[in-house]
Design a protein around this ligand. Structure first.
Ligand SMILES: C[S@@+](CC[C@H](N)C(=O)[O-])C[C@H]1O[C@@H](n2cnc3c(N)ncnc32)[C@H](O)[C@@H]1O
Length: 282
């Protein structure tokens, strides 16, 4: 284990902090959930708009901190061109391996994916034209430390961006106690549940100026409206039970209730996504 890997080994305050210790199957399953999240319309629009507002030009150099399986790579290649200099870091070894495979499949020869922690980015100051993170601050806190690191590695005048969501589902239910238990899973599985609604304040505290924020609504009227809903709310439930975030009985009851409502056309679920982009003062 190198120095960077050992510095991330202690980050266990969060569900993702347990992944390197898990057998491969559940980690691959979570990679599938990330893939479903990649195309969920509100999350996708938030990511694309944030990336377009980073001020990147063809040939630009950009850091994706907490890259996961490289969900942002296709969008970045559209902005930077096929030889875009994308660098991704993530502490989850299986995700970094998947990101490298995707880069190879897409012919992104100048893209690099490495093990790394957003709170201690393994690159020199002012190395990138822009730096961003997508659904990371909720897991890897404190947010101001992470954002200050993104600002440090960005050149003066360059931009820093973040997308974050509030994993609170405004959801139809025939048992309000179950909806509360379901939302408690996500509240307990993350490091900073409310980070999305505080992005502008955290960007300012990290020394970024001219911060522009936006909000997006994700919504579905059926569990099958988009693969995200079933992947996130149903397929992950055994993992949440295994991680002690909900009892097996309650987890099964939540899933049965969601399925019943969806099959009779009475399902409704929504959540809010936020994004922010700020400038590193020249
Ligand atoms: C919901 S995923 C998002 C991944 C990717 N950005 C995407 O949009 O698909 C959360 C990611 O945060 C990563 N993560 C957790 N703690 C981190 C840290 N301290 N530094 C960087 N990434 C971290 C996890 O390994 C995981 O890949």
């Amino acid at each position: 284990m190198d120095a960077q890997e050992s510095s991330t080994a202690a980050w266990g305050s969060d569900f993702f902090g347990t992944l390197n210790g898990m057998p491969p199957e559940p980690v691959v399953a979570i990679g599938g959930v990330l893939e479903a999240m990649r195309t969920e319309p509100a999350l996708q629009e938030a990511r694309r708009t944030m990336l377009q507002n980073l001020g990147l030009a063809r040939g630009g150099h950009v850091l994706d901190a907490g890259c996961g399986t490289a969900a942002a790579l296709p969008d970045l290649l559209e902005i930077l061109g096929p030889e875009g200099r994308v660098v991704g870091i993530d502490p989850t070894t299986a995700f970094v391996a998947a990101a490298r495979e995707l880069a190879q499949r897409l012919g992104a020869t100048a893209a690099r994916y490495e093990i790394g922690d957003i709170r201690n980015i393994p690159f020199s100051s002012e190395e990138f034209d822009a730096a961003f993170c997508d659904k990371i601050l909720i897991h890897a806190g404190p947010a101001v430390v992470a954002l200050a690191e993104l600002a440090r590695v960005t050149r003066p005048g360059g931009r820093v961006g973040a997308v974050e969501w509030l994993p609170y589902f405004a959801v139809s239910t025939s048992r309000p106690d179950l909806a509360t238990k379901m939302n408690d899973i996500f509240r307990r599985a993350v490091y900073d549940f409310g980070v999305s609604v505080n992005l502008v304040r955290y960007f300012h505290e990290a020394g970024l100026s001219d911060v522009q924020a936006r909000a997006y609504l994700a919504h579905a009227d059926s569990l099958d409206a988009h693969p995200f809903w079933r992947a996130f709310l149903v397929q992950q439930m055994p993992l949440f039970v295994q991680a002690g975030l909900i009892s097996e009985e309650d987890g099964n009851a939540v899933v049965a209730d969601l399925e019943a409502l969806s099959s009779c056309g009475e399902f409704s679920a929504s959540f809010v996504v936020q994004s922010a982009v700020g400038t590193k003062p020249a």
